[in-house]
Structures are given as structure tokens and as C-alpha cells.
Design a protein around this ligand. Structure first.
Ligand code: ADP
Ligand code: MG
Length: 706
């Protein structure tokens, strides 16, 4: 019998999902699969595990809940435990490197990667009576793979006589990918929709789109706080550093002092504000209209896109300007000490100065709190507490506040329209976290956060033209954005045999998957195994070779991973890292140089040996402050050299992190390889690019051929 705190009971009863408890439980009892599509904040994550607990699903076996984000894993376990008056021994969480699961755990929140690992040792997931895949709309790679696997595990468990139930929970976005996919579910599972009480939110676009979106966010927040009635502010930015920067800046502008009673100081802004005032110099949401300003803006946007396209053509493929350390839930932040990401966070300008009087005369403090994935759990929890009396709550968050966590009492949303996304280079498989426009669907989700308390306002810090033309309706699922070679190897390493026929929620191109399998065989990363059973479907069984296992640890396409894995054996890792970095940046040489660094060989432009020497020599020049002169002298593109340096550093630290026992260093004074090393390096390059070898033939031979 559950004993809930009366206060909790009152809060629960306000949640729309409570009214649906009986219907939900009937559907769960009668079906193996169920999709719950509910408005964010309707109570899916915190309440459904409790329904299951009270219905006895956690008695013999566990209720497992997966989250794509670490922050939600911890926060939701704590909340559900609290609401049920249970301890963390019974409602626990587990994620990589951290957790509090015990043998008495009844409800287990975990990251999706953790459950995937468990499937590798216990395919039937025999410890669970119910598995909930939460935030399925986020379409993380692991969630998608889990859904495919679970679509097969559930029928197996039925056959074995101890059924497993699967509940897919999602914001109300694109559930058709799950319901209309007959490969995934032969019979479409029942869908239950939960509507949340949602008040109208007025959306305001900026007239112009400025690149310094943090400054815009600051300015807009100042205007809201100094001019508009009470109500929490939620600001969306892209990463930890931006969060911390804005928190600092806003705190400095509207400081809070512990021992002051602010309830007496402030003169409440009680006058109701009409929409025109609330617009705060933004445009109304008139994306349907085609007045001049919109037209002009669209032209501007088109021009900017054309320009960006031209620029993209001329530049190498990997933009390392914001290449930074990934972590496993998309909240990466720069690790390099020397990054210049705060360079654009200029502290003052004329427009901001114009706000100074308003800031000065406002005596109400802003209670500013950060929220991002890597924030400690005690600090995360503060966003749920009411702010000190007389202050205004302001949460600066990454996209974790979009659907994972619902912060109470938000009335104003300030949306930069940006998020960080892992972008892959399809030539090298190197990935970088890039700041991109959010999808239109995300923008709508973010705006919706302002309408939970009452009518709200959402300020998009970009123009309606950008929304219409630069924001995709949805971003494709992560799994489809990842290079297929990498995906195939990853899935094989998970023990998934038939990658080509895998029941993906959204399948990558099957021909590409097949080609990737062939490539991996050629590279010696996968190999055929003789199957004793005659296969009716004529399919080969492929298994990962020991080399393949080593290769899969490297954060690059398998062909480059192979070079790195092999060089690790021969102690050539730092050379290979330099070489791979150089090979992945295009157009290192842009002119005819006067002379080459002495090589002792006659070498062709682009020869890996030359590249390697170039990298070494350029690094040496850089250390001595002569990079510019050096590049000019030898016809090197300085930007490319800088990119190679950044990628080298990045690869080195990623490899040191991901591969145990490796301690590679970026040695600026890398000596040119000796003859033996050079020979080995040539072999290494061939080992990874063997399928791309061409033979130079004379013009006469071509004519003969014709
Ligand atoms: P959903 O999963 O449908 O988006 P949730 O179950 O996450 O909804 O949230 C339901 C409600 O519980 C929200 O109003 C949210 O603010 C509240 N809530 C969640 N965690 C906490 C917490 N730690 N403290 C107070 N309220 C919380
Ligand atoms: Mg949720």
C-alpha cells in the first residue's frame, strides 16, 4: 500500500494523466505493446511507473524505464521515489559510471545505452516485467535500436511463458513512425493520447536574425523582467558554457542578496499587459502574411543561404570551429582550454547600454538557475523549487527542458532557436558537435513550455523567414544521420546479426547497409562464418573479427579506425593520428610552393608522406610563431593547417579517453618518421584505403582502351 504525502497527492491530481489511470492500466493489462503519446508535462514519466507499481508489476520483477538523457534518468528516479515515499534503494537509477541500483530495486530508471548493454548478456531481459522506452520521439540511436530489439524480445517472452510488456512513451510527435511500420510491429499497437491543459502561447518572432543569439537572449530577458508581469522565464541555449555565461550575466544585472526581504521592495507590475506591449520589439506571429518586411527578410535569408552554400563549397568538409568533446547525451561542451567560444560573448555594446537605466531602476532580483545535462543532481533539482519570495524565476537551459523536464510556473520562453547536434562527416566518420537551427517541431515544443501556468509568451530570437526556410519540420532520426559503416559495425558489436533486415523504426537505405557490410569484409573487420544450419533466406552470417573489435573503439569511420588500431600495435599512433587528421581536411595545399621541406624523395602533391611532414613542420613553425610565414612560403592553406591541429588534439584526447591503456600525445616537435616507420605508415594507409587504390595510367593507354 502506497503512502503518499498529501501535498504530493494534491499535485498529482492536477496532472491530466491521473484521469486516465484506469484506461491506461486496462490497455497495459490486455496488450503487450502500448504507445502513450502525451503532451509534455502531462505526467507520463512520473506517473506511469507509479501506476505499474501500484498494479503489482514491480512485485516479482522490475519495471525498467529508459531515458535518452542522463539528467532525466537521475531526476525522474528521485521524483518517482519521492512521490511513492520509497527510497533510492527501491526506485533507483543506473547510467554509465554512476547509479544506485540495489537488489531491492523495483523501479529502475536507466539510460538507453545501459539497457542495450543488458540485452547483450540477457537477451530476454528476464529481470523485467515491463520496459518503458521514454522520450521515444527523441529518436536517439540507442532508443531506435532498443525498439527494434524489443519488438522481437516481447513475442519471445510470450513463447517462453513469462510475458514482457513494452510501453513506448513519446511527446505528441510523429508516432506514425512506430505505428505504421509493419516491419517493427505487424499489428499496430494501441495508442493512447493524453492532452495536457495547455493555455494559449503568443509567439513573437524577431524582425532580424542576429548571429550573436546570446546577446539577443540577454536583451530580451532584461526587457521581460523589467517590463512584464510576474511569471517565470525559461531561456533555451545550446550548451553548458552558454548556460553558465548567461546565468552569470543575468545574475550580475539583477542580483539577489540573501538577507533582504524583497516582498516589500518591489512594486508589483499588476497592470495586465496587452499583446502589443508584450511583443517587446518583436514581430507578431504573422508568418502567414506576406507584408514587405517578411518579403525583405525572406530575400535576405535566401541571399544568406546562397552565400553560405558558396562558402561551404570552398571550405573543407569538417568545420572544426566548433569541434568539441562529445559525451553520451548530446550536451557536449568544449574542453579545450584555448577555444574561443566565449570570444563572441562581448560584454557590452550601445544597445545593451541603452538597457542600463531599466536595469538600474529594477530592484527585483532575478532568481537565475542553470540547467544542463552534466549539472550535479542537487543543483538540477533546484529548478523545481519555488524561487525566494519577491524574486522572479529564470532558468537558463539546454534543450533538456524541451521535453525531458517540465519546470513549473514558466510564463515566458526565450528561444535562441539553436541547439547542438552531432554532425558527421561522411567521408571520415569524424563527428563534431555543431550549433544548428532547431526543427520547427522543437520550436513548437519550446514555445509550449510557456503555457502551463496560464497564457504565456514565447520569444523566438530569429525571424519568421528563418523559421519557415531554415528550420526543418523535423530533424531526421540520429540513426539515419550516422555513417552506415559505423552503424553496421556498432550493431554487429552489439551482437545484432542481421543489420540489413533489422526492424528499424526508420530504416537507413538497405543497399547502403549491404555495401557497408561488403566494405567491412574487405577491410577485414567483418568475416563470414560457416553456418551449420542451412539458411533458407540465403543470408550470410558475418561476425566481427578481433581487429574489428579494436577498430570499433575508435571514433572514426572503420577504415580510419583500422589505421589507428594497427598503428597502435606498432607504436605509430601519434603519426597516424596526424596523418588521419591531415587526410580528412581537404585542400591542405593551395598553391605551387617554392620549395618543399626536404623529403629525400620525389613525392606527389597529396602524398601521405608529404602530408605528414607538412603537419610536423607546420606545427614546429607554429610553436615558433612562424606559422603564417611558413604557410605562405610552402603554399599551404593556413586555415587547413589550423584545422588539422585542432582535429589532432581532438582525436588524441578522444582516443585517450575511449581506449584503455592508450596515452597518445600531440607532440609538436614530431620527428619525421624514419625509413622503417615510413614504410609501415605506407602499409597502414593502404590497409585502410585498400579498396580505393587506383593505378595511374599513361594517356596512350587511355587511347588504346578507347
Ligand atoms: P511528462 O513525462 O508527461 O512530460 P512529467 O511526468 O515529467 O511529464 O511531469 C509531470 C509534472 O511533474 C510536471 O508538472 C513537472 O513539473 C512535475 N515534476 C517533475 N519532477 C518534479 C520535481 N522534482 N519536483 C516538482 N515537480 C516535478
Ligand atoms: Mg517525460
Amino acid at each position: 500500500e502506497v503512502q503518499r504525502d498529501p501535498k504530493i497527492q494534491v499535485a498529482r491530481l492536477k496532472l491530466p494523466i491521473l484521469g486516465e489511470e484506469q484506461r491506461i492500466m486496462e490497455l497495459i493489462n490486455e496488450n503487450e505493446f502500448l504507445i502513450v503519446a502525451g503532451e509534455t508535462g502531462s505526467g507520463k514519466t512520473t506517473q506511469i511507473p507509479q501506476f505499474l507499481y501500484e498494479a503489482g508489476y514491480a512485485q516479482q520483477k522490475m519495471v525498467g524505464v529508459t531515458e535518452p538523457r542522463r539528467v532525466a534518468t537521475v531526476a525522474m528516479a528521485a521524483r518517482v521515489g519521492h512521490e511513492l515515499s520509497l527510497t533510492s534503494k527501491e526506485v533507483s537509477y543506473l547510467m554509465r559510471f554512476e547509479g544506485n541500483v540495489t537488489k531491492d530495486t523495483k523501479i529502475k530508471f536507466m539510460t538507453d545505452g545501459v539497457l542495450l548493454k543488458e540485452i547483450q548478456t540477457d537477451f530476454l531481459l528476464s529481470k523485467y516485467s515491463v520496459v518503458i522506452i521514454d522520450e521515444a520521439h527523441e529518436r536517439s540511436v540507442y532508443t531506435d535500436i532498443l525498439l527494434g530489439l524489443l519488438s522481437r524480445i516481447v513475442p519471445l517472452r510470450r513463447k517462453r511463458g513469462f510475458p514482457l510488456r513494452l510501453i513506448i512513451m513519446s511527446a505528441t510527435l510523429r508516432v506514425e513512425d512506430f505505428t505504421e511500420n509493419t516491419r517493427l510491429f505487424k499489428e499496430p499497437p494501441p495508442v493512447i493520447k493524453i492532452d495536457a491543459r495547455q493555455f494559449p502561447v503568443t509567439v513573437h518572432f524577431n524582425k532580424h536574425t542576429f548571429s550573436d543569439y546570446l546577446k539577443e537572449a540577454y536583451k530580451k530577458t532584461v526587457k521581460i523582467h523589467t517590463r512584464l508581469p510576474e511569471g517565470g522565464i525559461l531561456i533555451f541555449v545550446t550548451g553548458q558554457q552558454e548556460v553558465r555565461y548567461l546565468v552569470r550575466k543575468l545574475k550580475a544585472s539583477f542580483p539577489y542578496h540573501k538577507n533582504v526581504d524583497y516582498t516589500k521592495l518591489i512594486t508589483k507590475k499588476v497592470t495586465p499587459v496587452n499583446d502589443a506591449d508584450a511583443a517587446l520589439d518583436s514581430e507578431p506571429d504573422d508568418i502567414e502574411s506576406d507584408d514587405d518586411e517578411v518579403e525583405k527578410e525572406m530575400k535576405r535569408a535566401r541571399k544568406a543561404r546562397r552565400k553560405a552554400k558558396l562558402k561551404a563549397k570552398a571550405l573543407p568538409k569538417i568545420n572544426l570551429d566548433d569541434y568539441d568533446m562529445p559525451d553520451d547525451d548530446g550536451q557536449a561542451d568544449l574542453v579545450d582550454g584555448d577555444d574561443d567560444s566565449e570570444g563572441h560573448l562581448s560584454d557590452s555594446d550601445a544597445e545593451e547600454d541603452a538597457l542600463a537605466p531599466a536595469i538600474k531602476s529594477c530592484r527585483q532580483p532575478l532568481w537565475v538557475l542553470p540547467l544542463y545535462s552534466m549539472l550535479g543532481s542537487a543543483k538540477q533539482a533546484r529548478v523545481f523549487d519555488p524561487p525566494p519570495p519577491g524574486t522572479r524565476l529564470c532558468v537558463v537551459s539546454t534543450d533538456v527542458a524541451e521535453t525531458s523536464l517540465t519546470i513549473p510556473a514558466i510564463k515566458y520562453v526565450v528561444d535562441t532557436g539553436k541547439k547542438k547536434m552531432r554532425v558527421y562527416d561522411h567521408v571520415t566518420g569524424a563527428s563534431a558537435w555543431r550549433v544548428v537551427w532547431t526543427s520547427q517541431a522543437s520550436a513548437e515544443q519550446r514555445s509550449g513550455r510557456a503555457g502551463r501556468l496560464g497564457a504565456g509568451h514565447a520569444y523566438r530570437l530569429y525571424s519568421s523567414a528563418v523559421f519557415q526556410h531554415d528550420c526543418a519540420a523535423h530533424h531526421p532520426p540520429d540513426l539515419c544521420r550516422r555513417p552506415v559503416d559505423d552503424l553496421v559495425l556498432t550493431m554487429r558489436c552489439m551482437g545484432i546479426d542481421k543489420v540489413v533486415n533489422f526492424p528499424f523504426p526508420t530504416a537507413p537505405d538497405r543497399l547502403q547497409l549491404r555495401l557497408a557490410e561488403k566494405r567491412l569484409q574487405t577491410l577485414g573487420i567483418l568475416e563470414k562464418v560457416e553456418s551449420k544450419k542451412k539458411k533458407a533466406d540465403n543470408e550470410e552470417t558475418l561476425k566481427v573479427t578481433p581487429l574489428g573489435k579494436a577498430v570499433s573503439a575508435f571514433p572514426l569511420l572503420p577504415r580510419y579506425g583500422k589505421m589507428l588500431a594497427l598503428s597502435h600495435q606498432h607504436d605509430l599512433l601519434s603519426y597516424t593520428i596526424a596523418l588521419v587528421s591531415a587526410l580528412t581536411v581537404q585542400e591542405v595545399m593551395n598553391g605551387k610552393p617554392d620549395s618543399w621541406p626536404a623529403t629525400g624523395n620525389t613525392l606527389l602533391l597529396g602524398d601521405p608522406g608529404v602530408l605528414l611532414r607538412v603537419v610536423g613542420a607546420a606545427e614546429y613553425a607554429y610553436v615558433n610563431g612562424e606559422e603564417e610565414v611558413f604557410c605562405a612560403k610552402y603554399g599551404l592553406r593556413e586555415k587547413a593547417i589550423k584545422e588539422i591541429r585542432k582535429l589532432r588534439k581532438q582525436l588524441t584526447s578522444e582516443i585517450n579517453l575511449s581506449i584503455a591503456g592508450v596515452d597518445a600525445t600531440v607532440n609538436p616537435e614530431m620527428k619525421p618518421p624514419d625509413d622503417n616507420q615510413a614504410r609501415l605508415l605506407r602499409q597502414l594507409v593502404l590497409s585502410g584505403l585498400g579498396d580505393q587504390v587506383g593505378r595511374k595510367i599513361g594517356l596512350d593507354e587511355v587511347k588504346e582502351g578507347l
